[in-house]
Design a binder for this molecule. Structure first.
Ligand code: ADP
Ligand code: MG
Ligand code: ZN
Length: 519
């Protein structure tokens, strides 16, 4: 267990210091094959079954860059408003670790594929408002992942290397394509620095998902974030003013592998309060990596890390430089999706949602599903009603994602159409939904198989209405006399006669018509 560090109250930290953050995000690309060989990248395969001489780093094996991964890296760069290198090289980053057989990681150093970009992110202020913060992107470069070590203690328990009896190595992940995106030091955010960090990583995740280059699941490690944090003394009120900007940056720590958006925010807060206490005691912050502890919301010291750490980078002699033509870059630019935040705002307008309704839709993961349902022919209101109502209720009850319920946007469009055409009322539609979720088929099939349909035969309906009016003269008289609300009792009776298989709105209209009053 980590030693507990002293922390300073966040308000006090902000009164005396100006926080600066820097984020390094690794995105694992979802290409079918690895970065420099043809091995599959399928997740969950038996250990060491997806390896070859190249990704095992055997002497003499020659790597070849994966064109699909290069395209993905360029598209990420373009989506982040970066310049794309006309020519760039891979580099060897030399260090030893057993999960990396070559004793170097093939990465990029001073010649990244993409550089000098920015991303404008919408940062909530906590009081319902928000502001836009421009995150400057220093570079996005290509590299490969390492293998995976599992440290084993006899009798189970610790998964850490310290105290383990032996370690197992799986090289299936070795050579998986990664893109690392590095921000410039982000200044001027003040109290909002933790929220900026979270909003940026969230926006980046949305972008790589929209690009369809990674599933970007933080909890599964396909998007990993290292959060750098430092404090410098405050100089004047304005955190973006020239006096403040002239103050040299403080010593940073790098909290590794923070695995959720919420944790990114918490980790930044924690490091601010811990470093505040260190500086407040007159000591200096140690430049080091820190481990993030999800359960306690704290960090503990990792390894010291100086800027002079010497990885003996040198250009990779076994790979030709990457030199994407202007034409290729423009072709890739043409494939960029609508930026996620702009799309959200557009759909909000098209669907007529309030900010709160939009937030609910996005938060429950229904945005794409509703959009796809509308594309399949559903009305926006109908699609939203089903996904955010019945389906979400059931998904929550089963602790499942909306998209995993076995219901497709096409199903929802069909259901919406059946209701819209007057073939199903709401309660029937819910029964149809049950059937579809139970795997009984499409809404049409379920409605047919379960015999669910509103009576469309106007004759039968009119007969029932007349019978009910005749049998309830007293009520009918009240309605005729202007008490339209009394019609409710008659509607109920007709629905009963029709065994629920009638459109209530239609029944009401018929009754009022028969009694000679306007609805
Ligand atoms: P490293 O090799 O240490 O990982 P990188 O250049 O890959 O270095 O990333 C360092 C990150 O830390 C960048 O996002 C950078 O903007 C940020 N950074 C650099 N100096 C500071 C500082 N003093 N305070 C906060 N963040 C910093
Ligand atoms: Mg780095
Ligand atoms: Zn391989």
């Amino acid at each position: 267990m980590p030693v507990t560090d002293d922390v300073l109250d966040l308000t006090e930290v902000l009164a005396s210091y100006d926080p600066v953050i820097g984020l390094e995000v690794h995105v694992e690309l979802s290409t079918a094959t690895k970065m420099f060989c043809g091995c599959a990248t399928t997740f969950g395969a038996a250990p060491n079954t997806q390896t070859c001489p190249v990704c095992l780093g055997l002497p003499g094996a020659l790597p070849v860059a994966n064109a699909a991964a290069v395209d993905a890296a360029i598209r990420i760069g373009l989506a982040l408003n970066c310049s794309i290198a006309q020519r760039c090289r891979f580099a060897r980053k030399n260090y030893f670790y057993p999960d990396m057989t070559k004793n170097f990681q093939t990465s990029q150093y001073d010649e990244p594929i993409a550089f000098d970009g920015h991303l404008d992110v919408e940062v909530p202020t906590g009081d319902g408002g928000s502001f836009t913060y421009r995150v400057e992107i220093e570079r996005a470069h290509m590299e490969e992942d390492a293998g995976k070590s599992t440290h084993v203690t006899t009798g189970g328990g610790s998964s850490r290397i310290v105290g383990a009896d032996h370690s197992l190595l799986d090289y299936n992940r070795a050579g998986t394509p990664l893109v690392e995106i590095v921000t410039r030091p982000l200044v001027g955010a003040g109290e909002h620095a933790p929220a900026v960090a979270r909003a940026y990583v969230g926006a980046l995740r949305d972008i790589v998902r929209a690009l369809d280059v990674s599933d970007a699941r933080m909890e599964q490690g396909s998007l990993r974030c290292d959060a750098n944090v430092s404090l410098r003394p405050r100089a004047g009120e304005d955190r973006r003013g020239p006096e403040q900007l002239a103050v040299p940056l403080g010593t940073r720590t790098e909290t590794k592998n923070v695995n959720s958006l919420r944790s990114v925010e918490r980790a930044v807060v924690y490091e601010m309060t811990r470093q505040g206490a260190v500086l407040g005691s007159g000591a200096a912050v140690t430049q080091e990596t820190r481990h993030w502890h999800e359960d306690s919301g704290t960090t503990s010291a990792g390894r010291p890390k100086s800027d002079a750490d010497d990885y003996r980078y040198f250009p990779e002699p076994d790979l030709v430089p990457v030199a994407p033509s202007a034409e290729r870059v423009e072709k890739l630019r043409a494939t960029l999706p609508e930026p996620p935040d702009r799309r959200r705002r557009r759909l909000q307008g098209e669907w007529g949602l309030s900010d709160l309704e939009l937030r609910d839709v996005v938060g429950s993961g229904a945005l794409d599903l509703i959009d796809a349902s509308v594309a399949a022919g559903a009305s926006p209101a109908g699609a939203r009603k089903w996904w955010m109502g019945e389906v979400l209720r059931r998904a929550n009850a089963q602790a499942r994602e909306l998209g995993e319920m076995g219901l497709t946007p096409e199903h929802v469009a069909e259901l919406d159409a059946l209701v819209g055409a007057g073939r199903l009322n709401d309660s029937m539609a819910r029964q149809v939904l049950d059937g579809v979720l139970a795997g009984e088929g499409t809404p049409e099939q379920v409605a047919d198989d379960r015999g669910l349909a509103l009576v469309s035969d106007d004759g039968a309906l009119t007969d029932a209405v007349d019978r009910v009016i005749a049998a309830n003269e007293a009520v009918a008289a009240k309605v005729r006399g202007g008490k339209v609300a009394a019609a409710g009792a008659l509607i109920g009776q007709v629905m009963k006669e029709m065994k629920g298989q009638a459109d209530a709105a239609k029944v009401r209209a018929l009754i009022l018509e028969r009694l000679g009053v306007a609805g």
